[in-house]
Design a protein around this ligand. Structure first.
Ligand SMILES: Cc1cc2nc3c(=O)[nH]c(=O)nc-3n(C[C@H](O)[C@H](O)[C@H](O)COP(=O)(O)OP(=O)(O)OC[C@H]3O[C@@H](n4cnc5c(N)ncnc54)[C@H](O)[C@@H]3O)c2cc1C
Length: 596
């Protein structure tokens, strides 16, 4: 057993001594729901259990066939995988394959009733992925779509989870332990049941019936529609940008056109999502500009009205039961899949290393739920403020003008752009966004742009699209291109998505190649811990693709889930080991007489 396993096992045993209920060799876990929350939970639980040599049986109950077309195979959402989730998964070693990613997104186009403006991703690379949750929209029969949910479910299965294609019809107690009922089968008893049932089925009620205090979160109806515009049209007219609409349409909290490969997804979230409301949105000039410019397919091919969680369940855990993802705690309006990942991972860490009693979940799992719950309160305040801005021509023009002037300068302080980027992408907590909005420089800049608003009120979008591959995350580097340079300072690290790079140091005017890195390797990580110049140059060896990991996103994840830091420590210790053996090899080659 390696040092990592011994340390983690020691910590886990110490924590478990304080808990009467725990997972041990042979324990049985039922995960109800194989959407992102259920699959991420199973994946991380089994991954970590194998590291500490605990053998578990994990059964995922999922009734959907994710490869089916239309809403039956789909967990009905816009399918945007946020910037922070793309980065977190990449560090976890999960890189979204090109056939799952419909399109990489590198920018946002913000449309008000009169103006449009582009906001680019902080690192000018593909940082957000658009995907389909199921096998694709109706009418996409000859299109290659690989479902995001199926991909994550398969990852869990590859770690040893069993996928049971059955609907859970009831839950009950068998003495102290929970039981799962499905049609035509004897009930099965488990040590732990995980609820990952989302908010689009009545299944939350099964957990309420178990009587440990759980109340499912409130939810509201939303609307999605798919337009079969064709790949060329999508690329030429929408590009690799999310189109978000800040329109004066009371009750509309979020509206976007999201480019996929050859479809465009329209997503509307708000309080009164009926047919009349959807029609009035689609008739607005900035929306019409896109929908009517494609003559043949203005009518959507596939639509659904799923429920969106309004955030907070009550008491999402008890002895031997925990609820995660939408059925537990979820971020309001944004990055629901990211919340599914966050809650799933922390619940898995708690169950494995702390225990599965109500108290264990209260101590290990509830803090992240509380963070999300509190953050949603800030979210509500922000959405209320946005509603005021949308109603005022002057205020919304001030927003557009401030972004325009920030995007034209390459300055460090892009306050409005970053506030809106983080809000639309869900990259930062609402609390952070809220605090940044109170900064005097933000308020001063905004007021200046409101009052200095002269000139044309119909400023065209200044979209300068860079040619990029569309289905891979990160940025393309060509042979010989330098990614980081020895001696320079930096505050981000990188994960190689594809291809190779060489790590070089210059000594006495000569370049020495220290190592060659490949897919999945990480470099530049020391900059996250120390403010020191880069210790080596990293250069592309052939064409390669790299994803930049933001320091702020990384540190936020570590704060919430300390096991995230182990991933980097592991990679650093592996690198030290490789350097040790390289030094030993050089010493042997140099012969006797060389001292270290
Ligand atoms: C209109 C809309 C747009 C959205 N867009 C985005 C977006 O772009 N990006 C983003 O990150 N989030 C988005 N979300 C939120 C996102 O969809 C959810 O947060 C996410 O799906 C939650 O994952 P989950 O696993 O908790 O639940 P779900 O994805 O709902 O999965 C629950 C699973 O449980 C299964 N299940 C339920 N009951 C049973 C049962 N009794 N037996 C067996 N299986 C069962 C279901 O079949 C389903 O597969 C959007 C939501 C809406 C409504």
């Amino acid at each position: 057993m390696g040092l990592y396993q011994s340390v983690v096992r020691g910590v886990s045993q110490e924590m478990k001594q304080n808990s009467s209920l725990s997972l041990d060799n042979g324990s049985r876990v039922a995960v109800i729901g194989g959407g992102p929350a259920g699959s991420f939970f199973s994946y991380f639980l089994l991954h970590m259990a194998s590291r500490v040599e605990i053998s578990l049986q994990v059964d995922i109950y999922e009734r959907r066939e994710f490869s089916a077309l239309g809403p039956v195979g789909c967990n009905m959402c816009a399918g945007v995988i946020s910037e922070s989730l793309v980065q977190s998964l990449s560090v976890e070693g999960i890189r979204l394959p090109a056939d799952v990613v419909q399109r990489g997104i590198n920018s946002f186009l913000l449309h008000t009733d009169r103006e449009s403006v582009t906001m680019y991703a902080p690192f000018r690379e593909m940082r957000i992925a658009t995907t389909y949750r199921g096998g694709g929209p109706k009418g996409a029969a000859d299109m290659k779509v690989k479902s995001f949910d199926e991909y994550i479910l398969n990852l869990a299965v590859s770690k040893g989870a069993g996928a049971i294609k059955e609907r859970v019809t009831d839950l009950s107690w068998d003495g102290q332990k929970p039981q799962v009922h499905t049609k035509g089968r004897e009930p099965r008893t488990y040590d732990l049941i995980v609820g990952a049932v989302g908010v689009n089925s009545p299944s939350g009620g099964l957990f309420e019936k178990l009587d440990f205090g759980y109340r499912k979160p409130k939810a509201r109806k939303t609307f999605n529609m798919e337009f079969a515009f064709g790949s060329e049209f999508v690329t030429n007219n929408l590009g690799n940008a999310m189109h978000a609409f800040l329109l004066n349409l009371p009750g509309l909290e979020f509206a976007a056109l999201i480019p996929k490969d050859n479809f465009v997804t329209m997503c509307l979230i708000g309080d009164k999502m009926d047919g009349k409301f959807v029609d009035s949105f689609m008739q607005r000039p900035p929306v019409q500009k896109y929908l009517s410019s494609n003559d043949s397919h203005t009518a959507g091919t596939c639509s659904c009205s799923p429920y969106a969680s309004l955030g907070n369940a009550t008491q999402p855990f008890g002895d031997r039961v925990v609820l995660i993802g939408d059925s537990g705690m979820s971020r309001l309006n944004k990055d629901g899949i990211g919340s599914a990942y966050r809650t799933a991972k922390v619940a898995a860490v708690t169950a494995l290393f702390r225990g599965i009693s109500q108290r264990d979940f209260f101590e290990g799992y509830w803090p992240i739920c509380k963070t999300i719950k509190w953050d949603n309160r800030f979210g509500r305040v922000i959405y209320a403020a946005v509603e005021v801005v949308k109603r005022s021509r002057l205020l919304s023009r001030g927003v557009v003008r401030m972004i325009k002037s920030e995007q034209q300068k390459l300055g460090k302080y892009r306050r409005m752009s970053m506030v809106l980027w983080d809000m639309f992408t869900g990259s930062a907590p609402y609390r952070d966004v809220f605090i940044r909005c109170l900064h005097p420089a933000f308020i001063g800049g905004y007021i200046r742009h409101i009052v200095s608003g002269s000139g044309s009120s119909s400023v065209e979008a200044d979209r300068k699209e860079e040619v990029m591959e569309e289905t891979t995350m990160g940025r393309l580097y060509h042979d010989g291109e330098v990614i980081i340079r020895e001696g320079e300072t930096g505050d981000c690290m990188y994960v190689i998505q594809s291809g190779q790079s060489e790590v070089i140091v210059t000594r006495e005017g000569k370049e020495v190649t220290l190592s060659v890195l490949g897919e999945g390797d990480v470099f530049g990580e020391m900059a996250l811990f120390q403010q020191q110049p880069r210790s080596a140059t990293v250069r592309a060896k052939g064409d390669m693709r790299i994803l930049t990991i933001d320091k702020r996103i990384f540190l936020r994840r570590v704060h919430e889930d300390p096991s995230f830091a182990y991933l980097i420590l592991q990679k650093m210790s592996q690198r030290i080991r490789e350097l040790d053996s390289e030094m030993a090899r050089l010493k042997v080659e140099a012969g006797p007489g060389i001292e270290s």
